[in-house]
Design a protein around this ligand. Structure first.
Ligand SMILES: [Zn+2]
Length: 53
């Protein structure tokens, strides 16, 4: 049975505002909105990607 502690989040590039990644996070480890540095293929650099809904 799938646990409700793991939720799906969308990561949005803060530079171009495109939604580049969908990932899973553990609600208990990440209570706040997560922020990750990831490669944006539109900007062609690593940018900050933030969780969005
Ligand atoms: Zn971008």
């Amino acid at each position: 049975m799938a646990s409700d502690k793991r939720v799906k989040v969308t990561l949005e590039c803060q530079t171009c505002k495109r939604r580049n990644y969908i990932t899973m996070k553990n609600k208990q480890n990440d209570r706040e909105r997560i922020e990750l540095k990831k490669y944006c293929r539109w900007d062609r650099v690593h940018t900050v990607h933030k969780e969005t809904r």
